[in-house]
Each structure stands twice: as structure tokens, then as C-alpha cells.
Ligand binder design. Sequence first.
Ligand code: URA
Length: 227
Amino acid sequence: MMQSEEVRRAYLRAMGIDVWIPREQVDVEPARTDTETRAGAGNPGWDELRTAVANCTRCRLHESRTQTVFGVGNTAADWMIIGEAPGAEEDRRGEPFVGRAGKLLDEMLRAIGEKRESVFIANILKCRPPNNRDPGQDEAASCRPYLERQIELVQPKIILAVGRIAAQQLLQSDAPVGRMRGTVHQLGATPLVVTYHPAYLLRSPSQKRKSWDDLCLATRVMTGTAT
Ligand code: URA
């Protein structure tokens, strides 16, 4: 739920943004509905899924991880935030988005009246790629059934894909983020909005305004006011 104007502006200031400029136009892209492989036998519930992820050896990343990073938040959330993969801090703590980028993600969530506990946060990969390299296609494919089952269980009203890797993997596209943002995509029946990764926003603060536009677009999808 959107907070009071004063509070919202305080969070926007924390994000380095002063003014909210609503987007007028929303284009809708066609659906993509593939689910190739399942996250283990049957349709696991949360406990089974957690156990399957914790014990996963489907790709070589299990050899170098400290622990898996399953995801965190409200398992019945309206918002699902999907990032790339755990970094060093996430690998150490077992929770997604806990480093500097995570702090900015928290600010972004606060700006739309949400918080870490009210949304569900997950990544394309549950294990950290060594030296924070990009996920391999094989690693993303191995991990995908877990994420797909998480999405099925949460049944979010909106998915926010943060960053190139998340957007490209979820939409099976090689388009740059700049081309994928500003549009409401569909992942099966779930609307999906793309925005910049908070780590990129830390390096390029001038892009925060665009990211705010993306959050506004996603909020309008959530409230059914996107046209
Ligand atoms: N970046 C991500 O994409 N995910 C994390 O969990 C942390 C940093």
C-alpha cells in the first residue's frame, strides 16, 4: 500500500529521486509459459522445496558454495522480486540481497510501501557463482525448476525482475534491460516488470529515476490501474 506523500518523498530522497513522473503508456507483450522440468518429484511444498534446494548438487556451483540461498519473505506475497545470484555476503549469510545492493533494494521497496518481509525475494541461482561471474546457461537451467516452483507457490500478483540476468533468464531474451523495461511482460499468467539491478544503480545513480518509473509501472499493474 502506498504510504503518505511525506514518507514516500523521504524514501525517494533516500533513493536519490525527487519527483514522481507517472508513465502514461503501457504496452503488453505476449505470454511465455514453459515449465520444462520440475523442482523434484511431484509438486513439492515449501519444506520439501527448501530441503531439495539445500541438498542440491545439480550443477557444479554446489562445490564452491558456503550454503544455498533459497529466498526470503512472505510466501503469499503480492510482489516477487527476482535477482541474479547470491554474492559473497549472501553466500555467507544464506539470505538474498543483504549487501550494499540489498540496502538499496530495501529503499526501493520502501518507496512503494513494501518491505523485505512483505515481498518474496529470490534469485535465478540459489548458489553463488565463483568470483561473482555471470551465471552459466546450464546453471540457470538447472536451478530454474526451483524458481518456477517458488513462483507457483507464492502466486505473486507482480514479478519485478531486477537486472539483465534476471530479466533475460525469465523472459528467455537477449535484449538489454533498457529495451525490456517500460513494458509489462507476462510470465505465464503473472505480469512481469523489468528494472535495473540495484548494484547497477549504485554505480549509475542517474538511472534511479528510470528505476522509479519502473516501480511506478509495477505498482499500477498491481493496483489494476495500468492502461
Ligand atoms: N545480487 C543479486 O542479484 N542477488 C542477490 O541476492 C544479491 C546481489
